[in-house]
Structures are given as structure tokens and as C-alpha cells.
Design a protein around this ligand. Sequence first.
Ligand SMILES: Cc1cc2nc3c(=O)[nH]c(=O)nc-3n(C[C@H](O)[C@H](O)[C@H](O)COP(=O)(O)O)c2cc1C
Length: 310
Amino acid sequence: MMKTDLTTKIGKLEFRNPVTVASGTFGTKDEYSCFLDYEKLGAIITKTITVKPRAGNSMPRICETAGGMLNAIGLQNKGLDDFLENKIPFFSKIKTPLIVNIAGETTQDFKTLTQALDRQKKVVRALELNLSCPNVEAGGAGHMKKRERILEVIKVVRDHTDLALFAKLSPELGDVLEIARDVIKAGVSGLSLINTLKGMAIDIERRRPQLANVTGGLSGPAIKPVALRYVYEIKKELDVPVIASGGITTYRDALEFLMAGADLLAVGTANFINPQATIHILQGIQDYCKKHGIKQLDEIRGISCLAKNN
Ligand SMILES: Cc1cc2nc3c(=O)[nH]c(=O)nc-3n(C[C@H](O)[C@H](O)[C@H](O)COP(=O)(O)O)c2cc1C
């Protein structure tokens, strides 16, 4: 029986399939390993790592909304030293390519993270630069909204590693297409689209915002059409690899993103609903390809961008 070749290449990187996990939605190490074999995934993207440990924002910091959720985690993580000491040894035993997501309060932070992770090339295959977290204010991603700072960070990171670099963007930063052009010029290898959209919810009994942080990042099916639109527009305009995230919940969503041109498909909020979502999506893609006689994903990747009426 014919099996579709799901291999996906980005530059020198090769992934056994395009299905990966969106940063911050798949634990920090082995939390999901009782639900699935990590080696079945095309890649693993880590939660954002910062130089110093971060406690994150005050609770409550997540709440459900129609078709999605709001989160204001605030980049809680144990910092770089813990990552090197406790996470790298775990990931070094897994053959799946590891993409490490990093963020910094300063350009120096990004430099420190890059230099340290560049020394882990046997395990770390690429960096995803979180330039767009909506939940960090003082000196954090808030200041990254300034275009010049983003470009400065990319330049410094580029100067200190030859690892593949993906700039994670959000419409919260402004005109995505314009920023995309700038960050590509500054030296990134690809884009990660999209981070969450800033939103809020109010508890009418308490008469207060649901989140202690007041606002948070909206994710899940509610943002899928927005994410799809950006992936489509970017792939139509620019020849650049894209990691797509934004409401990918079923294999049908995944195929829509593939047809819009996405290279990797990052499953986020869906992992909280069904920890095996990635595996079901993968199987669904295989079944669809078999049904339609598709031998390689490139037969359908970006196919919707070719449509004449667009
Ligand atoms: C609880 C939660 C935590 C997240 N943490 C991070 C993070 O640490 N770094 C990051 O770049 N994106 C983070 N994100 C954004 C996701 O990686 C993803 O881009 C976004 O949620 C859209 O995908 P989805 O709709 O499938 O969740 C987080 C999202 C959620 C829901």
C-alpha cells in the first residue's frame, strides 16, 4: 500500500513530517511522553527560554473563551542554566529535531542565549525568536514592538550562530508583511506565524477581568482564519519557509495551512484539549493523501496560492 512521503525540508534541515508543537503548549520536557512517542513528531519546539528564571504573571493567567483560550503566562520558565542542565540531556536522546524558542529583555540576553545554544548544535537544530509575546510588559516583548529593536536582535543573533533562525511574529507588531520583509533582510531563515492576538474577558459575577494581567493572548480555533490569512499572504508574496500556528486542531486545519504554503504545522492549544492531537493530525494527513493519491506533500503545499482568482 502506498504511503505518502511526508518529509519536509527547510534549507539543510530535514523533518520526517511537517507536524510539530507550538511553543509553550507541550510542557517543558517529558510531560507529554506518556501520551505519544516524541519521535513520531516532525520537530519539537520548546517553550520560550529566557536567560534568568521567570516566575511568570500572577494567577489566574488562563481562561477559556468561545473557540479558544486566553493566556497570560508571562514566559514562566526555569531559565537557560536549567535548560542546559536538565532539558538538553533529555532531548539529546530523542532523534526528532529540536527548535528552541528564546526571548530576552535585552539584546544582550538574546546574544547570551544564542551563544549558549550554538554550543549545543548536536541537539539544537534551529532557534525560534519570540519577538511577539503579548503578555510581557516591563522591558520584555513590549519593547520588542519597536521595529528597530527587533532588527537589532536578529542581527546580533545572526552574527553569533549559523543555526536556522525563525522569527515568530504576530499581527500585534503591526503590518506583518512589512515586518516580514525587514526580518528576512536582517538574516532570518524563516518565519513563525502567528503568535497569539491580544484579548480580554470579564467575569460578570466578580465584575473584574478574568485574567490577573487583564489582557492575554487569544489562541485556538478562534484565530485560525487570521493565522491562515497571514501564512497565505506571506507565502504568496515572499519565498520564505513558514512555521504555522494558530488554531490547528484537526487534520483538516493542518491541510488548509499546508495548501496556504506552510512548511511546518505547529499544534498549540489543541494539545490541551487532546494531548494526542498531533498524532491524530498526522494520521489524518496520511489518510487524506492516500485517498487523493498524493505521493509527496509538495504536490499540495502552497497549492492555494496558485489559484487564478486570488
Ligand atoms: C498557554 C500558552 C502558552 C504559550 N507560550 C508561548 C511561549 O512561551 N512562547 C511563544 O513563542 N509562544 C507561546 N504561545 C503561543 C503558541 O506557541 C502559538 O503560537 C499560539 O498559541 C497560536 O497557536 P494555537 O492557536 O494552536 O494555540 C503560547 C500559547 C499558549 C496557549
